[in-house]
Design a protein around this ligand. Structure first.
Ligand code: ARG
Length: 459
């Protein structure tokens, strides 16, 4: 049991207490960031003449050697230390002697851990953003190839109006684009350096916090030392954004699961992204989509967990906050895994375009357009709605589509119908006439695709 704070104590910590309190089993995940933060701190201390140049150089080479040795496996992080901060400091003192004991001058583990966590999550935000970009590029590719791939659009999971595959995919493009914007917002809001806040009340050393912030690529130092060590808002925001990403992935997964079912058969998931059954030889299951949908619960759980942990904590640092780590790490790893796998599944997904088109032609997805036809011929909309309602009822009885009826049958329901009704309610017309921006008409869609292409190129 190696601790940084034995001086005031007369007894050894109880072993169970030690284990309960220790965080090294998980905070070793940010050993790089811990060393990076210490390097910046030491450079600043030397610039301010709090450390000599010789001490600075000794400490820097000690820290760099620890980093290299951990990275190449020569030095193992073991649980005999309480946390990653103690591990690094103890190893530094082992390697360079007395100068190592000066590393923690003008610093507390409270501002140190606040920094480490920010550096770690900041890096992960960039990684998740890049994974989402790759997903967007794949969605965009599907959109470009499918501006005239017809399919039914649904409301209440009932066929509503015809759309195109490009249009359906575009909805997800919008969602994941917003997800990326949320990550950018979080990055910008969190990007202030807490180091130099000390335990809670700053320090009495003449630290140059601007310099430390600059060395670590922050937009500046945080402005209140109590808030700096007690703030976990950015983690809550991040977990909220990650939950939203998972919610989007889960909805998309759910659609793929439905579309992949025998009943829909709109898509075929690639063999590489499906699994079989141990008993039913015919099965090809959409396990990846189901797992992504399932893992959404874990990420929501992390958000609820940190919100609850933070709600009753008085200022400033309290040990409760150590609970921010495992759940955040788990949520980040879960989201990264899910986005990457989902992208692979989408990339290899086969669309059964004929089945989608046939499905769009059934279920009276052109009923609104038939009503619009009557309106365009002078019938008030409310009357047109009723007439088409009875037309649909007639079609259901005869088991026919609207455009499969003869003109005589149509005229028997409303004399306003003429030969051009067939053209007016054809699948192509129903989609192509929806030309306002945001609608599925291929021309409108192509305009949006150009906007998305620009977005992907510059973001
Ligand atoms: N392991 C601690 C955490 O993750 C580091 C800060 C410890 N500070 C303290 N005063 N005990 O929050």
């Amino acid at each position: 049991m190696a601790q940084l704070w034995g001086g005031r104590f007369t007894k050894e910590t109880d072993k169970l207490v030690y284990n309960f309190n220790a965080s090294i089993s998980f905070d070793q995940k940010f050993f790089r960031q811990d060393i990076e933060g210490s390097i910046a701190h030491v450079k600043m201390l030397a610039k301010q003449k709090i450390l000599s140049e010789i001490e600075k150089n000794q400490i820097l080479s000690g820290l760099e050697s620890i980093l290299t040795d951990v990275e190449n496996g020569k030095l193992t992080i073991t649980e005999e230390y309480e946390d990653i901060h103690s591990f690094v400091e103890a190893n530094l003192i082992n390697r360079i002697g007395d100068a190592g004991k000066k590393l923690h001058t003008g610093r507390s583990r409270n501002d140190q851990v606040a920094l480490d966590m920010k550096l770690y999550t900041r890096h992960e935000v960039i990684e998740i953003n890049a994974l989402l970009k790759c997903l967007l590029e794949n969605i965009l590719m599907i959109m470009e190839q499918n501006t005239e791939t017809y399919m039914p659009g649904f409301t209440h999971l009932q066929k509503a109006q015809p759309i195109t595959l490009a249009h359906h995919m575009g909805a997800y493009f919008e969602m994941f684009k917003r997800d990326r914007q949320r990550l950018d917002d979080i990055y910008n809001r969190m990007n202030y350096c807490p180091l130099g806040s000390g335990a809670l009340a700053g320090t009495t050393y003449p630290l140059d916090r601007n310099y430390t912030a600059q060395l670590l690529d922050f937009d500046g130092p945080t402005l209140n030392s109590m808030d700096s060590v007690a703030d976990r808002d950015y983690i809550i925001e991040l977990l909220s954004a990650l939950s939203t990403i998972m919610m989007h992935l889960s909805r998309f997964s759910e659609e793929i699961i439905l579309w992949n079912s025998n009943e829909y058969h709109f898509v075929e998931i690639d063999d590489a992204y499906s699994t079989g059954s141990s008993i039913m030889p015919q099965k090809k299951n959409p396990d990846i989509a189901e797992l992504v949908r399932g893992k959404t619960g874990r990420v929501y759980g992390a958000l609820m967990s940190i919100l609850t942990t933070m709600k009753g904590i008085p200022l400033a640092y309290n040990k409760d906050m150590q609970e921010d780590k495992e759940l955040t790490f788990d949520a980040i790893d879960t989201v990264k895994g899910c986005v990457a796998l989902f992208t692979g599944m989408l990339k290899t997904l086969k669309f059964n375009k004929d089945i989608m088109k046939t499905s769009a032609m059934k279920g009276f997805t052109n009923a609104t357009d038939a009503a619009d036809y009557l309106v365009n011929h002078g019938v008030p909309f409310r009357d047109a709605h009723r007439i088409i309602g009875s037309l649909v009822l007639y079609c259901i009885e005869k088991d026919k589509a609207i455009d499969a009826l003869s003109l005589d049958e149509l005229k028997a329901i409303s004399p306003v119908f003429e030969q051009d009704i067939y053209e007016a309610v054809s699948l192509e017309t129903c989609v192509n006439k929806r030309m306002t921006i945001g609608a599925p008409g291929p021309d409108a869609m192509k305009e949006v695709i150009q906007i998305y292409k620009k977005y992907v190129a510059i973001n």
